[in-house]
Design a protein. Structure first.
Length: 377
């Protein structure tokens, strides 16, 4: 790659990385704040918090990478124009094609990155996220049982633990009034959380069960040495995992199981998800070409570039919004698959044609006077 092209490539690549990191950090922070209850209410460690929220980054990068590339290309071209570098390059014989080559190379790299994220990383991260959240739900009962506090697991179910010593729970009190008017109270000297065959139990030892059928009656008391209280309904650990279309592997979307209940219920979702993954790599190239069409020609410092930048932003926003609309249409209409791919391709082709259009030759205005008009006369 010649020196000029390396210079443009490096300038744009650095801007792209900076913009992508900043945008991802801002959006990730807003998303992560919603999950603070993992630490505050559900007793998880800060590392679990970062692990779970970090799994959303591949999904964010697919959306933000084309936008970051557009911003980087627009910034780099605007800077080159502002410093009159494009004017000097043009005067030295560097045409629009050579200016486009480093930008196109960067766009292809970003497209490859977006493609890998869409086809492989996103479903992997979302599946891992589902597994992590399931483990958090399964572990939440063990983590929220804090010493000396009455914990309401759900309505009419309260648990109290006097002391936690390692994995053991000492001085356990459980009041279960879900099956009104019957009220059941469990008292135990010790206990522990046990997971077995996908189910979670609070195993109580050396205690008693008091059952009160209705007000005014004496409770029936039963002493036990070992009793298992089922916590699976509150953990969701026993539920059969059913992956959403976005969490399915790309191979599963290409060849879905005809007997899959989720596919039978929403075949359009599977179709839309598959083609959305395949079309995502086209948007970085289209957005870069739009930026180049708006700012790739040499301009003097007296020529305003604000209108061109605004037009490029509007074109990018319109293309992306239209793409989302067509993808949603694909859920219910199979023929919309052609429009899904045609939209970014046509947007990029139109931008490319505009960038390499021939400027109209300047001529005398009608009624002009002067040497040129006299010569024509």
């Amino acid at each position: 790659m010649p020196l000029v092209e390396r210079y443009i490539f490096g300038l744009t690549a650095k801007a792209f990385i900076g913009i992508l990191v900043i945008l991802t950090a801002v959006i990730w922070t807003t998303q992560a704040l919603r999950e603070l209850d993992l630490v505050t209410a559900k007793g998880q460690t800060i590392w679990i918090f970062f692990a779970i929220t970090g799994l959303t980054i591949p999904s964010l990068s697919v959306i933000l990478a084309p936008v970051a590339l557009f911003g980087a290309a627009a910034w780099a071209l605007n800077r080159l124009n502002g410093d009159s570098e494009i004017v000097v390059m043009s005067a030295a014989g560097v045409g629009p094609g050579r200016l486009l080559r480093p930008l196109l190379a960067l766009a292809l790299i970003v497209s490859t990155f977006v493609g890998l994220m869409s086809v492989w990383a996103i479903p992997e991260s979302l599946r891992l996220l589902r597994t992590q959240l399931t483990q958090v739900r399964a572990d939440v009962v063990a983590n929220i049982l804090r010493e000396g506090q009455f914990t309401r697991i759900e309505n009419n179910l309260v648990v109290h633990v006097r002391e936690r010593r390692g994995g053991a729970l000492l001085g356990i009190f459980v009041q279960d009034a879900r099956d009104a008017p019957q009220e059941v109270t469990y008292l135990a000297e010790r206990g522990q959380i046990v997971e077995e065959r996908g189910s979670t139990f609070l195993v109580l030892e050396d205690g008693s069960v008091q059952r009160r059928e209705s007000a005014g009656k004496d409770p029936a008391i039963v002493v036990f040495q070992r009793y298992a209280f089922d916590l699976s309904p509150f953990t969701g650990a026993s539920e059969v995992t059913s992956y959403k279309p976005r969490e399915r592997y790309t191979s599963e979307l290409m060849s879905p199981d005809a007997n899959d209940s989720a596919y039978k219920a929403q075949p359009g979702r599977f179709r839309a998800e598959l083609h959305e993954r395949l079309v995502n790599p086209l948007y970085p190239v289209a957005f870069m070409l739009i930026a180049f069409a708006a700012l790739g020609r040499p301009r003097t410092t007296r020529q305003s570039r604000a209108t061109a930048i605004l037009a490029a932003v509007v074109a990018v926003a319109a293309t992306r919004i239209a793409g989302l609309g067509v993808t949603n249409l694909l859920v219910s209409t199979a023929w919309a698959v052609a429009a899904v791919y045609a939209l970014p391709i046509l947007a990029g082709a139109a931008a490319l044609a505009f960038a390499f259009r021939r400027p109209r030759a300047a001529g005398p205005r009608p009624g002009a006077s002067g040497p040129v008009a006299a010569a024509r006369a």
